[in-house]
Design a protein around this ligand. Structure first.
Ligand SMILES: CC(C)(COP(=O)(O)OP(=O)(O)OC[C@H]1O[C@@H](n2cnc3c(N)ncnc32)[C@H](O)[C@@H]1OP(=O)(O)O)[C@@H](O)C(=O)NCCC(=O)NCCSC(=O)C[C@H](O)C(=O)O
Ligand SMILES: [Mg+2]
Length: 356
């Protein structure tokens, strides 16, 4: 174990000092694209204006014979564009693959100054983050980078879930964690073949009335991912990093996608992956608090004064704890509104109405 005194020391001579706080910038949707796919790559400059995070994906969903093309495509896109406030991330290949070493060497030395976060798939434990941490420091030093790259882990193995707290705290580079429901289902030998989302077979049923076991018994579908998302949120909150729901593979089912994203938002996630342009607006809507929730939060904060004691507002008790809940919503709204005049106007209009 590293001494706590050395935790914020650079891991290579000449590497930039690690950050002390993870920057909290909007990341409601991490938009995946294949940089080696010409049709998708051509859409990137326009998509960049609509998303918080653009992610050039090099791992799964990129064919083995297109790995080099994807890597080269990402280098070319990053060099040719300035995406302004939109963050540029990449997902490199898994640490046991034949591609990851070249992914990291090429990306850090060629476009390390353009990249914000490196997403690492199939993380099993802190040892995987430690390996990436040291290698990144060496490459940052070689490239002469002045800003450290951050690392995002995907929670998609049973070991990863068992070790999620140590993963979240493994390095000052740790920016966040995403749920990877497809690989996680396979790793756990779950019997769902869907990429995220629920399953009609995972349900609870009301008790029978009398002797009839079949009629009149309502069933309720349950969320297969509740336990893992909640555990990931706690691990991230404990270490001051950000939790995300991952992919929702049924692109056509925009309704269930919105539900899955909202469950994650309510549990504490800050964003989700968009795999197709149609999922961008869903994530933007879900991961921005609603104007009515923002108005309520601002009203509670205003009426609670110094934030202590207890008051009744519209028949509901508010106290020191509920004002903290309201601050979470209000602070997120302020951060999002700072870059989005339309959202700012919607929040202000709803607040004006609520405060009278
Ligand atoms: C899912 C897709 C394969 C669907 O693509 P396609 O069949 O081309 O869809 P459309 O015809 O509806 O597309 C319309 C146009 O939009 C472009 N397009 C599609 N997706 C994107 C995108 N993500 N970014 C930019 N542009 C996009 C198409 O090229 C069409 O263009 P045009 O013909 O000119 O009109 C495809 O969406 C896709 O590949 N998406 C990304 C998939 C991906 O990244 N998967 C990996 C992440 S999920 C994962 O890895 C699992 C996870 O790790 C886990 O374990 O859980
Ligand atoms: Mg995966």
């Amino acid at each position: 174990m590293r001494s706590p005194k050395d935790f914020f020391a650079p891991l290579a001579l000449g590497a930039p000092a690690p950050v002390r706080e993870i920057p909290v910038t909007p990341s409601r949707m991490i938009h995946f694209f294949d940089p080696g796919n010409e049709k998708m790559a051509a859409k990137v400059p326009d998509i960049a204006k609509k998303v918080d995070v653009l992610l050039g994906n090099l791992e799964d969903a990129v064919r083995a014979d297109r790995k080099e093309a994807a890597r080269a495509g990402l280098v070319a896109i990053a060099k040719a564009n300035d995406f302004g406030k939109t963050q540029l991330w990449t997902r490199v290949n898994s640490l046991d693959s034949p591609w990851v070493l070249d992914d990291l060497i090429t990306l850090v030395t060629e476009i390390g100054d353009k990249l914000d976060v490196i997403m690492v798939p199939k993380v099993e434990g802190a040892q995987d983050i430690h390996y990436v941490d040291r290698l990144l420091a060496q490459l940052e030093a070689r490239a002469g980078l002045t800003k450290p790259l951050l690392v995002h882990a995907i929670l998609e193995t049973a070991s990863g879930v068992a070790n999620v707290e140590e993963i979240a705290g493994a390095s000052p580079r740790m920016q966040g964690i995403s749920l990877g429901p497809a690989d996680l289902a396979a790793s756990r030998r779950m019997k769902t073949t869907r990429v995220g989302g629920g399953h009609p077979g995972y349900l609870v049923r009301t008790d029978p009335v009398g002797d009839d076991l079949t009629e009149g018994r309502t069933t309720y579908q349950q969320d297969l991912w509740h336990y893992t998302v909640a555990r990931m949120v706690d691990a991230c909150a404990m270490h001051g990093i950000l939790p995300y729901y991952g992919p929702f593979g049924d692109i056509r089912d925009v309704v269930a996608c919105e539900d899955q994203f909202r469950n994650a938002f309510l549990l504490g996630c800050v964003g989700a992956w968009s795999l197709h342009p149609v999922q961008i607006d869903i994530a933007k809507k879900v991961f921005s608090p609603s104007p009515s929730d923002v108005a309520w939060a601002r009203r509670v904060i205003a009426e609670m004064g110094d934030g202590t004691g207890a008051v009744m507002i519209d028949g509901k008790m508010q106290d020191d704890a509920s004002v903290k809940q309201c601050r979470v919503v209000a602070e997120l709204a302020d951060a999002l509104a700072a870059d989005d005049p339309e959202l700012a106007a919607a929040y202000d209009a709803a607040t004006k109405e609520a405060l009278g």
